[in-house]
Ligand binder design. Structure first.
Ligand code: TRP
Length: 462
């Protein structure tokens, strides 16, 4: 169905574009995944590889997604059919994107639910006097369920749906513009407290110390997957948001600003968490529970801790909510534009799917959960959703997007769109971008894939 005549909403200014996109990038990835993965894979060396992945893979793919989105003004699948015709196989990048969006949303909504429940408990003051033992039992109590995690997941979806139903301008734009600055302030407050704890220096050392011994193939693939996950790439979220960008937006500039600010938030989250972890002699490689056990424990023992605890989980709830809206917007835009389903109905339908399937994640997050014993390819539902999307589908779609923009659209078209019809003087930047997206990004992605699957051993005897 051709929907060229449907009036489309969009963001109203460059500022709105920046905050909305940053709202998508900043999320549980910064505050939950980044610290626990950096902790698990040994600190600084992992951080270094992650930064390289952001610069040479994340940034160029982000620019490409913006190009695909804004030049077509379409959703994740419609954008490819607009560029290449309805029969083109390239649209399957969009389909794969929507599939990974769902996989991510299933576990993301679950973790967001834990965060909401922690924010709520922090407000009620239920972490006072907590010890290492009770911190752990509180966490497992909150996630095993069966009912509380699902109820909180429903609360998350209700909030996200309300924002999305309000629309692109009145919902996404307005909310991210208010909440992103609030998040920055709150995280800085938490940092100041954490960095003034005795022993905080050990935490800093951990974050910036280079220990290459733990940089295995899995660690490198994980850093790559994290870069995609962090910048919301490889599944059409940035194509969809790009389609709402103003025509005068400098998209390369926006990509750089968003990537920088997002990395800053990750570092600020690390600076709030690791000093606290070390100052209380806890385990930095504690895994997914790091945030949920360490932070309440540490903050409940320091002056002003209970206020900070509220601040910390409120800021994490903000991050999770703004990222979640960008995830749900992907299928919502697809359903409304390609299938003609009205926006509100589309939002409610998607929320229902997410709650239904997401409960599989919610009920398998811990070994003691009802579905926690079920293994598919050796993984629980929760881990399966996370691993398949972040570590396989996102980088794979990223590779295809790089090849697509590098070889299958005219360089002049890309240049025209990125320079806003020649209005922005970008100098050599476009050529640099073009070189990276054509050769460097695909090569890096391929090497990491081959390395990970063990094919390099067979092919090159490495
Ligand atoms: N970037 C978000 C985070 O770090 C998660 C996210 C939102 C995402 N939209 C996405 C990840 C699209 C991959 C694709 O938490």
């Amino acid at each position: 169905m051709e929907n060229g005549n449907v009036k489309r909403e969009g963001f109203s200014s460059g500022m709105a574009v920046f905050f909305a996109t940053l709202g998508s990038a900043v999320g549980l990835g910064n505050i939950w995944k980044f610290p626990y993965l950096t902790g698990k894979y040994g600190g600084g060396a992992f951080l270094l590889i992650y930064l390289l992945c952001i610069v040479f893979v994340g940034l160029p793919v982000m620019v490409s997604e913006f190009y695909i989105g804004r030049s077509t003004g379409k959703n994740a699948i419609g954008a490819f059919t607009r560029l290449k015709g309805p029969k083109s196989r390239w649209k399957y990048i969009g389909s794969a994107g929507i599939l990974s969006t769902y996989l991510i949303m299933f576990f993301y909504s679950c973790v967001a639910g834990w965060v909401y429940s922690y924010a709520f408990k922090a407000v009620l003051g239920s972490f006072t006097g907590i010890t290492a033992k009770t911190a752990e039992s509180k966490f497992t109590g909150a996630i095993i369920g069966p009912l509380p995690p699902i109820i909180w997941q429903i609360v998350v979806m209700a909030v996200v749906s309300a924002i999305l139903i309000a629309g692109v301008k009145k919902g996404i734009e307005r909310i991210t513009r208010i909440l992103m600055p609030v998040l920055f302030v709150l995280i800085i407050v938490c940092d100041i407290r954490a960095l003034t704890l005795p022993g905080a220096f050990e935490g800093l050392k951990f974050l910036f110390h280079m220990d290459f011994s733990q940089l295995t193939g899995v660690a490198i693939l994980t850093a790559l997957g994290l870069a995609f996950f962090k910048l919301s790439l490889g599944m059409g979220a940035m194509i969809t948001y790009g389609s709402y960008f103003t025509k005068d937006n400098n998209m390369i500039g926006t990509s750089i600003r968003v990537a920088l600010s997002d990395t800053l938030v990750s570092l600020l989250a690390g600076l709030a968490i690791f000093p606290a972890v070390f100052s209380f002699d806890m385990e930095p490689g504690a895994g997914p529970g790091l945030l949920f056990m360490t932070i309440p424990l540490v903050f409940s023992q320091i002056p002003f801790g209970s206020v900070l605890l509220v601040a910390f989980f409120v800021l994490t709830s903000i991050a999770a909510t703004c990222a979640m809206i960008s995830l749900v917007e992907v299928p919502v835009a697809y359903f409304t534009e390609e299938k003609g389903i009205p926006r509100t109905k589309s939002v409610v339908l998607n929320a229902a799917i997410i709650v239904a399937m997401g409960s599989l994640a919610a009920l398998s997050a811990d070994g003691k959960s009802i579905l926690g014993g079920i293994r598919i390819f050796g993984k629980t539902f929760f881990d399966l959703f996370d691993f398949t999307s972040s570590n396989i589908l996102l980088p794979l779609a990223g590779l295809l997007i790089a090849v697509f923009t590098g070889f299958f659209v005219k360089k002049d078209d890309v240049r025209t769109e990125l320079t806003n019809q020649g209005k922005i003087k970008t100098g050599a930047i476009i050529d640099v971008y073009y070189f990276i997206i054509r050769y460097l990004t695909p090569a890096l992605l391929l090497i990491v894939f081959l390395y990970y699957t063990g094919l390099t051993k067979i092919l090159f005897n490495l």
